[in-house]
Design a protein around this ligand. Structure first.
Ligand SMILES: Cc1ncc(COP(=O)(O)O)c(C=O)c1O
Length: 386
């Protein structure tokens, strides 16, 4: 039976030994064989044969299976951080002489990895804007990979997954998409033809600002290649953190559903405020992204962005919050605000900021699970201090 998301996130592997409601934590780094000939099972790639936890571990595997189910993927592999997942996935598929087409507007560190490190491997990276992405098969007809994210950090502008996949297929490229901002509850890129989905599980999947983790979901065959990359680069997750993720997954749907509702109300509140010159949220029908978001998302997410007059106004606003925390990251139960030019988009040139559509007066908001009225009160009060 194919389960719905809340069920798939709760009921994973069963503890057959003691029938516990929770699947246990296997802290072992190594697993003994009964007989030396048993190593043949490892050599023949039997999935359930564990020998060393950098390769695979039962507690980790339980979570990988749940994430695969949530992303409508055949399989998934966990990592120690979102960046470990992203870098291992890209380097699993691109090799010397290949071209990667990458959206220019990306999470800052993914952008810097593609700009500063990937070319050292003899791989050509071509950064494109949204319109160029949909036509990139014409200018890069032999691209090996397309890399993009939607909604985009920090403005939550949405890229058409269908149009990107269409262009990628014409080029014969694999598409890799970062689905962190939406979470698997609000968007499933594989349903629209994306080949590989990456997540910073540090964000919504972990959800409590206490676990660093990453995930890659895809077909069995492509996940096998990414796992080879994991084995070599070594970005494996600790089984205790994997257990924490398992616990978090059980409430992922209720958390994200509430964050969607609260973010929608907050976006509508900010739209009515004179000191806010612009609100970015895909759930506002007058926004450019609304149509695209409506087609590919089942919820509009817990992330929004507001534009104030300048950097000083943004600082005053953030420094006067009593409930929201002025902190980077996102997706947790606590509402976080951050100024992109001081955090995710630091050290970018004025031209790079312009093409990322990031201004100095922007404040990104990750809506948590506090009472929405309390958040509105807190934001209204902070606006009066500007
Ligand atoms: C959209 C997005 N992708 C990837 C990452 C990287 O994830 P991690 O910090 O878990 O390495 C982040 C981190 O902020 C992010 O916002």
């Amino acid at each position: 039976m194919k389960s719905n998301k809340s069920t798939a996130a709760i009921h994973g592997r069963k503890d057959k030994a003691y029938r516990g409601a929770n699947y246990p934590i296997f802290t072992s780094t190594t697993f003994a064989v009964d007989k030396s000939d048993d190593y043949d099972k490892f050599i023949s790639d039997q999935e359930e044969f564990y020998i060393y936890s950098r390769y695979s571990n039962p507690t980790v595997r339980n979570v990988e299976e749940k994430i695969a189910a949530l992303e409508n993927a055949e399989d998934a592999v966990l990592f120690s951080s979102g960046m470990a997942a992203i870098t291992s996935a890209i380097l699993a598929f691109a090799k010397k002489g290949d071209t990667i087409v990458a959206l220019r507007r990306l999470y800052g560190m993914a952008y810097r990895f593609l700009r500063d490190i990937v070319p050292n491997f003899g791989i050509d990276v071509r950064f494109v804007d949204e319109a160029e992405l949909y036509e990139a098969h014409k200018s890069s007809p032999h691209a090996r990979l397309y890399y993009f994210e939607t909604p985009i950090n920090p403005t939550t502008d949405c890229i058409s997954i269908e149009r990107t996949v269409k262009s990628g297929r014409k080029a014969g490229a694999l598409t890799i998409m970062d689905n962190t901002f939406a979470s698997p509850i609000n968007q499933n890129p594989i349903d629209f033809g994306v080949d590989v989905v990456v997540h910073s599980a540090t964000k919504y999947i972990g959800g409590h600002s206490d676990i660093m983790a990453g995930a890659v979901a895809s077909s069995k065959e492509l996940v096998r290649s990414v796992r080879e990359s994991l084995k070599a680069f070594g970005g494996c997750i600790n089984p205790i953190d994997a257990y924490m993720l398992d616990r978090s997954l059980k409430t992922l749907k209720v958390r994200v559903d509430q964050q969607n509702r609260s973010a929608q109300r907050l976006a509508e509140f900010f739209m009515r405020q004179k000191k806010v010159s612009r609100v970015y949220y895909p759930g506002i029908p007058s926004q450019r992204s609304y149509k695209v978001a409506k087609r590919q998302m089942t919820g509009f997410g817990g992330m929004l962005c507001v534009e104030l007059s300048d950097l000083n106004a943004a600082k005053v606003f953030c420094d006067n919050l009593e409930v929201g925390l002025n902190a980077t990251s996102l997706g947790g139960v606590e509402t976080l605000v951050s100024i992109p030019v001081l955090t995710s988009h630091i050290k970018m040139s004025p031209e790079e900021l312009k093409s990322a559509h990031v201004s100095e007066g922007m404040v990104r908001i990750s809506v948590g699970l506090e009472d929405t009225d309390d958040l509105i009160h807190d934001f209204r009060n902070a606006l009066t201090k500007i």
